[in-house]
Ligand binder design. Structure first.
Ligand SMILES: Nc1ncnc2c1ncn2[C@@H]1O[C@H](COP(=O)(O)OP(=O)(O)OP(=O)(O)O)[C@@H](O)[C@H]1O
Ligand SMILES: [Mg+2]
Length: 304
């Protein structure tokens, strides 16, 4: 199905998010009609922040990830803490909304470095499926999605969110390279997948927060809807008030990576969290925890 987007009075928004942090540009054909070909994500998932479609725009095929709306008031790290007193909702949305989370992560990946003075090598698209920019859908595409039963959660657009979005409630989407036959994770590419995550965390200061097999295409990550990219106001707040929680957040991808290897039964000896920490975390306390350690056996000479 092709919708003509030509007469809808398109207004570009420049870089998004517009706050000077990591951001992405608008897709190069903002007004070209979208031909919706087929759905790519699993329609039976219990909860999702987005829908992914194979589309054709200006004769080229892409994967288009269409985001639902969200409200920072449902984020416990924002609305449930004192951060809400110091971070206006208009900015909080950049750190809590899945669309902006993905914009910020891809902005950083595209830039390839944390700051202009960093000497880190440019890692670019080797770690993530390529992003071609964001797209703001017009009403006819929005109605097409609604007609197909997609809940875009427009009910979350209360007055505060309306204001935060400066009244622009066009549906937001991100255009990505389409992988027609996405390959899975396996013993042969799991090492490169770990390199992707490690580079993401250490070089780019992006924490994906949703490491699982579905979010990889081959060894590249494809989903950044839950990610936190530093500088991140919630992480900054956690560092100040609950340092351990902040540290755990930064280490979460590693732990989820090991869980993923286990869940997917990938035959590999790779373990990214040192064994003792991993056991303590996932199996509860070690059986000897809290007990006195056995006395060291005396040697034949009587010395310890
Ligand atoms: N570029 C792509 N090429 C091919 N298939 C893709 C592409 N992007 C996504 N998909 C498919 O769509 C699925 C969902 O994509 P993604 O993980 O980005 O969205 P999501 O899970 O809905 O996001 P969220 O976690 O924010 O709810 C992927 O698991 C993959 O099967
Ligand atoms: Mg996903």
């Amino acid at each position: 199905m092709t919708r003509d987007r030509g007469d809808s009075g398109h207004a570009s928004k420049g870089l998004l998010p517009p706050d000077g942090g990591p951001s992405i540009r608008e897709f190069k054909h903002p007004e070209a009609p979208i031909e919706w070909i087929k759905r790519l994500d699993d329609p039976d998932r219990e909860y999702n922040d987005a829908f992914v479609y194979e589309v054709r725009i200006a004769s080229q095929e892409y994967a288009l990830k269409v985001f639902k709306f969200s409200n920072p008031k449902s984020n416990p790290f924002y609305w449930g803490t004192r951060l809400r007193e110091r971070l206006p909702l208009k900015q909080a949305i950049f750190y809590t909304d899945p669309f902006y989370a993905e914009c910020r992560a891809y902005g950083r990946i595209e830039d390839g470095r944390v700051d202009r003075h960093s000497r880190m090598p440019r890692v670019r698209q080797q770690i993530a499926v390529k992003c071609h920019g964001y797209l703001l859908l017009d009403d006819s595409d929005k109605n097409w999605l609604l007609d197909r039963g997609h809940d875009l959660e427009t009910d979350l657009l209360d007055n505060d969110v309306h204001e935060a979005l400066e009244g622009d409630t066009r549906v937001r989407a991100i255009v990505k390279h389409l992988d027609k036959r996405p390959s899975l994770l396996h013993a042969g590419n799991i090492g490169r997948a770990w390199t992707s995550v490690h580079l993401l965390n250490k070089s780019l200061k992006i924490y994906n927060m949703d490491i699982k097999a579905d979010n990889f295409i081959g060894f590249r990550l494809v989903d950044f809807g839950s990610s936190w990219t530093e500088p991140h106001e919630i992480l900054r707040y956690l560092d100040e008030t609950r340092e351990r929680v902040g540290r755990n957040k930064r280490g979460r991808d590693r732990e989820n990576f090991d869980d993923m290897i286990e869940e997917e039964e990938i035959p590999t000896r790779l373990k990214v969290v040192p064994t003792s920490r991993y056991q303590l975390r996932s199996r509860g306390e070690a059986p000897w925890a809290g007990r006195e350690l056995p006395k060291r056996r005396r040697t034949m000479t009587g010395h310890e």
